[in-house]
Ligand binder design. Structure first.
Ligand SMILES: Cc1cc2nc3c(=O)[nH]c(=O)nc-3n(C[C@H](O)[C@H](O)[C@H](O)COP(=O)(O)OP(=O)(O)OC[C@H]3O[C@@H](n4cnc5c(N)ncnc54)[C@H](O)[C@@H]3O)c2cc1C
Length: 243
């Protein structure tokens, strides 16, 4: 079995960056991922905030990052890590595929997943009419009404993007809009955007077809129905997996 100083679980931007730093410190590095390197950026159409890159397709950026790891001699392997044994000086990484790896140090960079509301109807429509990716699914709502849930930077920026496609965007948030003031101003100025602040979503509506959602004002108790052909949730992230 090859000897590694550092094993990094997850070859997204965080894992690959950690691998580059470790290799530059002359450590023997193993980079593991259950999928191709790149993590979430592989499925991102355009990235515009990576310093020095201008505007770049996510998959292209992932390839550039991976090439950088390969120039430094970092070992990449496929493996879905399901458990890590931390006893002793060598930590053991146990993979679902039946292989194990050993390293002195382990870095976990397995990313995050979107937080969900946990209200009735969400599970039924998740992945069809409820999405977490406006760039991926926004074009389905061309000329239709759509709902954005959340009030932070992701929600507000994606609502601005969707307002360029949809007939109407309703943004529903538990508090007020907490995104950067310039983004909030831009959103509020759009003629086809409705903002519902201080509303708690209680359920998604529709039997077979998504119809919108029901929400209750945390200030007045008023219950409203917000119509939409689909919804995008941006209420934060949580760890993808506990190892
Ligand atoms: C549609 C979309 C658009 C985005 N656009 C932008 C943008 O324009 N600009 C920007 O800065 N950010 C953007 N982001 C966010 C950016 O993609 C993430 O911040 C970034 O990918 C996080 O990197 P990470 O390495 O922490 O995790 P991830 O990218 O999630 O990578 C985690 C890796 O760990 C692997 N993994 C998980 N569990 C295991 C396991 N048990 N064993 C082995 N491997 C495992 C996964 O396969 C994955 O490759 C976007 C995200 C999405 C979804």
């Amino acid at each position: 079995m090859a000897e590694y100083d550092v094993a990094i679980v997850g070859a997204g931007p965080a894992g690959m960056t950690a691998a580059i730093y470790a290799a530059r410190a002359n450590l023997r590095v193993l980079l593991l991922d259950k999928l191709a390197p790149g993590g979430q950026i592989v499925n991102t159409f355009e990235i515009q905030n990576y310093t020095g890159m201008g505007s770049i397709n996510g998959a292209e950026l992932a390839i550039k990052m991976f090439e950088h790891t390969q120039e430094l001699g970092i070992t990449f392997d496929y493996g879905t890590v399901k458990a890590i044994e931390l006893e002793g000086s060598k930590k053991r990484l146990i993979c679902e595929e039946g292989v194990t790896f050993e390293a002195t140090t382990v870095i976990i960079a397995t990313g995050t997943k979107p937080r969900m509301l946990g209200v009735p109807g969400e599970f039924k429509f998740a992945g069809t009419s409820i999405s977490w990716c406006a760039i991926c699914d926004g074009p389905h709502y061309q000329g239709k009404k759509v709902i954005v849930i959340g009030g932070g930077n992701s929600a507000v920026e994606e609502a601005i993007y969707l307002a360029g496609l949809a007939e109407e965007v309703s943004i529903v948030t538990l508090f007020d809009l907490t995104a950067d003031p310039s983004a909030c101003d831009k959103l509020r100025a759009l003629p086809n955007v409705k903002v519902y602040e201080y509303y708690k979503i209680t359920e998604f509506l529709g039997d077979d077809t998504f119809e919108g959602l029901k929400a209750e004002s945390t200030r007045t108790g008023e219950v409203i129905s917000v119509p939409g052909a689909g919804a995008f949730e941006y209420i934060g992230l949580e760890l993808r997996q506990k190892l």
